[in-house]
Design a protein around this ligand. Structure first.
Ligand SMILES: *Cc1c(COP(=O)(O)O)cnc(C)c1O
Length: 412
């Protein structure tokens, strides 16, 4: 359920017309809905109400400060993967004790930054990283709280680029290695193992891989208890999928119920790291047709958004629903919706039945709130899109469109 709906023949974001926003702020334009963000966060978080838990939103899905502030205001913690994301989370007012830090390549400076802020814990992904954390903590006279990311070797049956919990992936430690790592951590003076972490992939549309991973994590939890470790946190990661096309992912309630029943009796706080499921369907990308191009073999809509604005179709072959913002009832054509970038991989949608459209008319790409703006770039010296956050009748420009001066500002 989201708050992008057609009313009186045109698309609205909550109570604000998308045509009007595009006119005011230009295109390409990311438009987010506060009501949708709120609803998704609360639906997810409340699914775990029966157990001690923390919902640490995954910042990389959409890291605009206003989005982070909105979620922080609802009580969200954050899952970060870089010093930059730590900076954003703190700036948005997220309490450090609700921040967990994941990622395979934390540098010494970033570790120091996180220890200074006194975040809840590091999700450690290798023994080399453990040594680095111990060393930085020692130099600061601190003890770093850590968990290890375990790799349970389950197949999440998602796109290979977003599957992270199989043996061949760079993430985490297999269970045997992880046991040695916990023993090592218990010996080191400047780290304290307090949790177990696991994140097997993204856009999962069935519960089975989550449950399979959880079973292995729980077995592992018992082994750690047996060697006398005081594990108080189970971080079960993110990954719950959303509907882009015809997927039918489990509802957060179902997901919560399944996980809750498996861990209910344990003296632990469960941490969840949802990203896509919170923001994915809370955002659209509005773009204008630059040209309709007809060739003997194919019809194209060339629009003013491109792979630099929304890379998911090019990178993962992802599907985003595309529709006219103001349907005109023209006959449908099979088209590729493509951007102006000089790459054949620059497409937003392929072989879609879309009504014939003309220069200047508006299209919406749906489900663009997650891994949309955050993965955008300046390729082809294209200024990045503006972002607007709607709340009821109000729309606020939460990131202005980049200018050419912005793009060259850091160069000699
Ligand atoms: C990306 C990521 C998430 C969020 O994944 P979603 O599929 O967006 O829910 C959570 N945890 C970690 C460690 C991640 O890398």
């Amino acid at each position: 359920m989201n708050h992008f709906e057609y009313r009186d023949g045109t698309l609205f974001a909550e109570n604000v017309s998308v045509e009007k926003l595009a006119q005011e702020h230009g295109t390409p334009l990311y438009i987010y809905s506060t009501a949708t963000l709120t609803r998704h966060f609360q639906a997810f978080d409340s699914a775990f109400d029966e157990i001690p838990h923390m919902t640490c939103y995954s910042v990389k899905a959409n890291s605009n400060l206003s989005v982070l502030r909105t979620l922080a205001g609802l009580g969200a913690g954050m899952d970060i993967v870089s010093g930059g994301e730590l900076y954003r989370a703190l700036k948005a007012g997220v309490p450090a004790e609700k921040i967990v830090y994941s990622g395979v390549g934390k540098k010494a400076g970033e570790i120091r930054q996180a220890l200074e802020a006194d975040i809840l814990m590091f999700n450690v992904e290798s023994t080399a990283e453990l040594a680095a954390i111990n060393e930085v903590a020692a130099s600061m006279g601190k003890v770093a709280r850590v968990s290890f990311r375990v790799n349970p070797d389950v197949d999440p049956k998602t796109h290979p680029y977003i599957s992270t919990g199989m043996k061949k992936n760079k993430f985490g430690l297999d269970l045997t290695q992880a046991m040695d790592a916990y023993r090592e951590a218990a010996r080191l003076p400047n780290v304290e193992p307090i949790g177990i972490d696991c994140h097997i992939g993204s856009q999962l549309v069935t519960l089975a891989p989550f449950m399979e991973a959880l079973e292995k994590v729980l077995d592992f939890y018992r082994s750690l208890k047996n060697i006398g470790l005081d594990i108080r946190y189970l971080d079960l990661g993110g990954g719950l999928g959303i509907t882009y096309d015809e997927e039918e992912p489990p509802h957060p309630r179902e997901f919560g119920l399944a996980l809750t029943s498996a861990v209910r009796d344990l003296p632990v706080t469960v941490i969840l790291e949802p990203g896509r499921v919170i923001v994915g369907n809370a955002g659209i990308l509005a773009t204008r047709v630059v040209y309709a191009k007809h060739t003997p073999s194919k019809d194209f809509l060339i629009v003013d958004a491109a792979m630099n604005d929304l890379v998911r179709p090019s990178l993962y072959g992802s599907y985003h629903r595309v529709d006219e913002v103001t349907p005109k009832g023209r006959k449908k054509l099979s088209v590729d919706v493509v951007g102006p970038i000089c790459e054949s991989g620059d497409f937003l949608a392929k072989d879609r039945e879309i009504p014939a459209m003309e220069t200047g008319e508006l299209l919406a790409l749906f489900s663009a709130g997650a891994y949309g703006f955050t993965m955008s770039s300046n390729y082809n010296t294209r200024p990045r899109a503006a972002e607007v956050l709607v709340d009821g009748d109000q729309a606020v420009l939460i990131r202005r469109r980049e200018t050419y001066e912005d793009l060259t500002a850091l160069e000699d």
